[in-house]
Write a protein that binds this ligand. Structure first.
Ligand code: ADP
Ligand code: MG
Length: 790
């Protein structure tokens, strides 16, 4: 097997197509350079080079690069194989991007964070294997060693105590700190912090230039069985190397200090090249590992028994083609190096007496069970009695509490009952957890929610149909033509319309009232229909205090709205419900009045018809006159006339009431709409202030603080403290739904930034203390952003 060599081309808009030809097999790459003598005409002699490697990574995402280059190597490491990935290439060609990647963007993270993630993910999936991970981060600069993870002040400083040593288990760096990490976030935090420290030191203190140093990140993995009796352990390590820039000294033309650095780099890189040539030659006996610190450190990470991968980073532009050519030569030489990966020898933990005793006990029990099964002495084919079930239940509980260590197996029914009891306990716990979470987050409990929903629904249904009838009665068949002069006697209920504004004074907020608030409005409408329910508060709602005490991601608007109605918005919500109730009672009244009017109308028609018929009959029979010559109306006709009169009167009254009701309904509807808007806008303000504004700004907003609620639009308040933490939190919100695996990455990133901001601010404060006159307003304001961290 050979060392694998890949080429990654840095994306460019000016790819030198006529100089660099990428093969369609995605493995070969040809370089054409037309040599033109200085100042002379183009000499047509063309020089070609052809390289064939293990793969070309052109326009390839970080994820694809990882899949191609590292994924397999990392899973092999979990099986005991050592692995090495090395990035080689000119400064700026993308070595660090490939190895570490963007530390603020999860999707553009590089090989190191991805390898960490893969290991912890796999570790979590192993059932019987316990994986422990440790990391170290070494930098080699000018033949000096730096521990990038050293604790405290020593971090990133030259440490003369560090030395490369050959030990019985291979090469190691004496004095280099190795950190056990329990989870992904911890490892990433260390990685990010090292990067941060190194950047700062590079910029200010040592004038260290990252393009001239080699960085070696090592993951030490140990796998062992969780089971006491299996003492076999596997150890492996993954070495991830970001080499210094490979550009030649002649081209940099640097002088003085920089020249010294450049020559050092060249030396250690050319030693590496010599080493690679030696490794590629099967006849070579002596391999010059100890020529430089770099080659010495890499002694058991190159070829040999480990999986080795080289990524050569190249530019695609014509200007860099000479360097590209030399990088490809290195890649080819590396590709010649053979490797014979073998898993590391397992080693054995010492067997403890206790473990052996346990093993003997287990075997004895198994033997015992075998005997009994053979003798059928415990076999029972009868269903379990209640007492037996009860006994098993208590046994399971004792087992869970740790009172008994094992549950002895007796027969199939017993085993089944044991499992059944476990199931019961698990489901009880699930319910309990759900109950607690719901209480904690102010959600309604499922049962009560379901209950009130169905109640709301039934009322909802009733009312819907009633309202529909209502509308039909009013619009489908309008009442008879209006009779002027009808008496206007609007029947008022004893309820008084509650005027909006009786609650807290309305703040002048520049809130956009027209902004629709999707979910709470929907919720509100649902509730409107069910507003006949009493307004008894549900006890399960937790207070918003809980949210403000512990910073966590804000609750959904839907949940928060429920909370708001019970607390800050209680009064306005009560007014809203009261008005809504009155509105509905008016609508109902209007509905029954309209119904009555229509009914009357029909009766009037019938009476009129009867009267007409009576009159016709009377005319045929001849009319009676009294002594004064007036027409005498017979009794039947009279009663009809009186009936008609009464009906008309009733109709007039009903119509007048209906008119009044319509006016009232209109007014009431306006109030309800106003209340609803107010409720929503107050909720918006409350929501922003409770959950979205940073703690210290919220403090300033408190009574006695220097900002009054509503004085400035909330979106402006949000900008007051736009620091890195906010930025990452917001980015996390957008990225998280798509990449659920990114939590650790962003948490680690945030921690690093917080720490960095804190240090920066403390340094600034110390400076200010020295020059007291210099405390500026801006400085004071900045102090706000770090105080909560302490
Ligand atoms: P090197 O470590 O080789 O000196 P860097 O990795 O620091 O180079 O890359 C230099 C710049 O180019 C960085 O800003 C990096 O983000 C960018 N870069 C390198 N490779 C890529 C790539 N494949 N895609 C996008 N940006 C890249
Ligand atoms: Mg770099």
């Amino acid at each position: 097997k050979r060392v694998q060599a890949f080429v990654r081309v840095k994306p460019t808009a000016h790819f030198a197509q006529d100089m660099i030809k990428l093969g369609s097999d995605n493995k070969s790459i040809d370089i054409y350079i037309r040599k033109s003598p200085r100042g002379g005409a183009v000499n047509n002699s063309q020089t070609d080079w052809s390289f064939k490697l293990d793969g070309l990574l052109h326009n390839t995402s970080q994820e694809m690069v990882y899949e191609t280059v590292a994924k397999d190597l990392v899973s092999k490491a979990l099986q005991g194989y050592n692995g090495t990935i090395m990035c080689y290439g000119q400064t700026g060609a993308g070595k660090t991007y490939t190895m570490t990647g963007a530390t603020s963007d999860y999707r553009r993270r590089g090989i190191i964070p991805r390898a960490i993630q893969q290991i912890f993910k796999a570790a979590a999936e192993f059932l019987n294997v316990l994986v422990t991970v440790r990391i170290s981060y070494l930098e080699i600069y000018n033949e000096a060693l730096f521990d990038l993870l050293a604790p405290g002040l020593a971090r990133g400083c030259r440490d003369t105590q560090l030395a490369v040593r050959d030990g019985p288990q291979g090469v190691y760096v004496k004095g280099l700190s190795i950190h056990p990490v329990n989870h992904e976030e911890e490892a990433l935090h260390l990685l990010f912090e090292a990067g941060e420290t190194n950047r700062v030191i590079g910029e200010h203190t040592l004038n260290k230039n990252s393009s001239r140093s080699h960085c070696i990140f090592t993951l030490y993995i140990e796998c062992r069985s969780r089971d006491y009796t299996n003492l076999k352990c596997l150890k492996s390590k993954i070495t991830l190397i970001d080499l210094a820039g490979s550009e030649r000294l002649s081209k940099t033309g640097s002088e003085g200090q920089v020249r010294v650095e450049a020559s050092y780099i060249n030396k250690s890189l050319s030693f590496l090249e010599q080493l690679v040539i030696a490794l590629a030659d099967p006849k070579r006996e002596h391999i010059p590992f100890r020529q430089s610190k770099l080659t010495h450190v890499l002694k058991d990470s190159l070829g040999g028994n480990c999986n080795t991968v080289l990524v050569t980073n190249i530019y695609g532009e014509a200007a860099h083609v000479e360097e590209t050519l030399s990088s490809l030569r290195f890649a080819t030489r590396m590709n010649w190096v053979t490797a014979e990966p073998v898993p590391n020898e397992p080693f054995y933990r010492e067997a403890s007496v206790k473990a052996l005793e346990e093993e003997i006990q287990l075997l004895k029990r198994e033997l015992f069970m075998q005997n009994h099964l053979v003798n059928h002495s415990f076999m029972s084919y009868k269903p379990l009695t209640t007492a037996q079930r009860e006994e098993i239940r208590s046994q399971v509980q004792k087992y869970l509490r740790g009172v008994i260590k094992e549950i002895d197996i007796v027969n199939v029914r017993q085993i089944q009952e044991v499992f059944r009891q476990f199931k019961v306990i698990v489901s009880q716990q699930e319910e309990e957890v759900e109950y607690r979470l719901r209480s904690k987050y102010g959600l309604r409990h499922r049962d009560s929610a379901a209950k009130s929903d169905s109640e709301a629904e039934s009322i909802d249904g009733d009312e819907d149909s009633e309202q529909e009838e209502d509308e039909e009665a009013q619009e489908g068949s309008p009442p008879v033509s209006p009779i002027p002069g009808g008496k206007k006697e609007a029947k008022k209920g004893d309820e008084q319309l509650v005027k909006e504004g009786g609650g807290s004074p309305p703040p002048e907020t520049g809130q956009d009232e027209s902004s629709p608030l999707k979910s709470p409005t929907k919720d509100l409408d649902e509730e409107e229909e069910g507003c006949h329910q009493d307004s008894d508060e549900e006890a399960s709602i937790s207070s918003s205090e809980e949210y403000s005490q512990k910073p966590r991601s804000p609750p959904s608007k839907q949940e928060a709205f429920e909370l708001f109605k019970k607390e800050a918005g209680r009064e306005i919500h009560r007014i809203f419900r009261e008005n809504k109730r009155i509105l509905i009672s008016r609508k109902k009244r209007s509905h029954s009045v309209a119904h009555m009017i229509n009914h009357n109308k029909q009766r009037m028609e019938r009476v009129t018809e009867a009267l007409e018929a009576q009159k016709r009959k009377q005319r045929q029979e001849g009319e009676f006159m009294d002594e004064k010559g007036r027409v005498i109306i017979n009794e039947k006709e009279l009663s009809l006339i009186l009936k008609l009169k009464e009906l008309k009167e009733e109709h007039r009254a009903g119509f007048a009431e209906l008119q009044d009701l319509k006016a009232e309904i209109q007014y009431c509807q306006q109030l309800v709409d106003k209340c609803r808007k107010r409720l929503i806008s107050e909720f918006e303000i409350w929501y922003n202030e409770s959950f979205l504004i940073p703690e210290h700004v919220r403090e300033a907003l408190q009574p006695g603080g220097n900002i009054r609620p509503g004085m400035i639009p909330t979106n402006r308040v949000m900008c007051l403290d736009e620091d890195e933490q906010d930025r990452f939190e917001r980015m996390q919100e957008t990225v998280l739904p798509e990449c659920p695996g990114s939590v650790s990455f962003y948490r680690a990133r945030m921690k690093t930034d917080q720490k960095h901001t804190f240090n920066r601010t403390m340094a600034a404060l110390r400076k200010m203390r020295r020059k007291p006159g210099l405390v500026t307003a801006a400085g004071k304001k900045k102090a706000l952003s770090f105080l909560p961290i302490t």
